[in-house]
Design a protein around this ligand. Structure first.
Ligand SMILES: Nc1ncnc2c1ncn2[C@@H]1O[C@H](COP(=O)(O)OP(=O)(O)OP(=O)(O)O)[C@@H](O)[C@H]1O
Length: 442
């Protein structure tokens, strides 16, 4: 065999090995409850990793080539503030209050609380504009209206814990204290998940024992063979988003979460969020390509084997093809992001030219992706009373110009504007979030 021939043969062997790994991962023995969280993430990363490996290798072988807010709010908070502790609690059973409203005088927020079917809200925008404060305040408001609610941060640089002034970093749902109503929070921790993968592939022992006990020892070996650790040192783009998506899939699919009628996402700054939204399409295409190649390789190998009179076990179809199932779930998430009955993306901005321009671009991208957007929150507006210092009055004039820019912007002008003033305290803790919620969500 020539050197080039040997190389192509090696590449093909690698491809077959990856396919086998996916096939093993795809077949049998997955107990839905045990596997739902960690293995789902494992599975998505395995598919992404395999896809990138394939792309790299196949392409290579084929081509060989100050107190500013004068209406002071401080007194409001200090009268309400209490020191709040956190602990993880089992999820109790709750029922959303009946939310009947007069169809003629219905506000945008009335529509948001209407109905007991599940709705998803994603808040996004430029860094530091107040996405977390708005997302947390919305979640608190939903809960206070009787909706069992989850608030999830998909921003790798989380500030949800800081916003609630409670520890939500454990990677599991935590009951948020200080409310009579059911509100749970979660910060998705991609670093921890990546660490788990590194551990899984470097030190198969612990994970293998665990997976053996689940009847999945074979999967642990195969994950090791994929050398995920190497891949995770240079993780494929979008891995953080893949982990976030796997959580969305959990919320969508799992009966464990079915009692939650509102799910609020505090998303990462614009770039990450757009990747998150386009990932299901990307995954769908990737899985499609992997499946096509799987079929090609299977038919090629069976042709060769038939020449030698040997029967080749089929790589093409298993009775339970988990790849196809994953593809269907991805399609479900993709459709969910685009369903205006269930999902709304809320853009948060501040009145500066730079933030407005970025929000306009974000809206363009969301529109292209067919993600429903109805509302634009303009946060941190200096109140009209802030004119007795020169700095404040200059700043306010600047902000008014940015607001005019929003109203005449072809992208943003059509959205419902919610204006929130800059307040003289940090938005932190439940009382502050309730206060913020009453300013923003009307
Ligand atoms: N209307 C407001 N008045 C006063 N302070 C505010 C207001 N909105 C937000 N803040 C403060 O601004 C800071 C940033 O807010 P927040 O964390 O909500 O922004 P973010 O967009 O989520 O930031 P990041 O992109 O870093 O996650 C926080 O200290 C918050 O308390």
């Amino acid at each position: 065999m020539t050197t080039v021939g040997a190389k192509v043969h090696l590449e093909t062997l690698h491809v077959v090995r990856v396919m086998r790994t996916l096939s093993e991962l795809s077949s049998g023995c997955f107990h839905p409850v045990l596997v739902s969280s960690q293995l789902l993430v494992f599975f998505i990363v395995a598919v992404m990793a395999a896809y990138y490996t394939l792309l790299r290798r196949v392409a290579k072988s084929q081509t060989n080539q100050s107190s500013l807010f004068l209406h002071t709010t401080r007194g409001y908070f200090t009268s309400l503030s209490t020191k709040i502790g956190t602990k993880t609690l089992p999820i109790p059973h709750f029922q959303a209050r009946s939310l009947a409203s007069d169809a003629n005088s219905i506000s945008l927020f009335d529509r948001m609380i209407e109905g007991n079917h599940r709705k998803y809200y994603m808040l996004g925008g430029k860094g530091g504009v107040g996405k977390t404060s708005c997302a947390a305040s919305l979640a608190v408001k939903f809960a206070n209206y009787g909706h069992p609610t989850i608030v999830v941060s998909t921003d790798p640089a989380h500030s949800l814990s800081d916003s609630f002034d409670q520890d939500l970093t454990g990677g599991t749902l935590v009951r948020i204290q200080g409310l009579d109503s059911p509100l749970f929070g979660l910060e998705i921790n991609p670093e921890k998940t990546k660490e788990d993968f590194r551990y899984a592939s470097q030190n198969n022992g612990g994970v293998k024992d665990l997976m053996d006990s689940m009847g999945l020892g074979m999967v642990a070996e195969q994950l090791g063979e994929l050398k995920l650790a190497e891949l995770l040192d240079t993780p494929p783009p979008g891995l953080d988003e893949a982990i976030a998506i796997s959580k969305v899939m959990q919320f969508v699919d799992s009966p464990e979460y079915s009692m939650f009628t509102r799910i609020v996402f505090d998303t990462a700054p614009t770039g990450h969020t757009l990747r998150l939204l386009s990932l299901p399409d990307f995954m769908d295409a990737s899985i499609g390509k992997i499946m096509k190649m799987k079929k090609k390789i299977a038919s090629a190998t069976s042709a060769i084997k038939s020449v030698f009179g040997k029967e080749q076990p089929s790589l093409v179809e298993g009775p339970t093809d988990k790849l196809e199932q994953l593809r269907e779930r991805m399609a479900k998430v993709r459709d969910l992001f685009r369903d205006s009955e269930t999902t709304e993306f809320v853009i948060v901005t501040i009145p500066t030219v730079m933030a407005v321009k970025e929000s306009s671009r974000l809206h363009t991208s969301l529109r292209k992706e067919n993600v429903p957007v109805k509302r634009l929150i303009v946060n941190q507006i200096l109140p009209s009373s802030a004119t007795d210092c020169k700095f404040c009055s200059m700043k306010r004039k600047d902000q008014m110009r940015a607001l005019d820019m929003i109203r005449s912007d072809p992208e943003l002008g059509s959205l419902v504007l919610s204006e929130a003033p800059l307040v003289d305290v940090e938005i932190r803790g439940i009382p502050a979030l309730e206060f913020m919620g009453n300013m923003v969500w009307k």
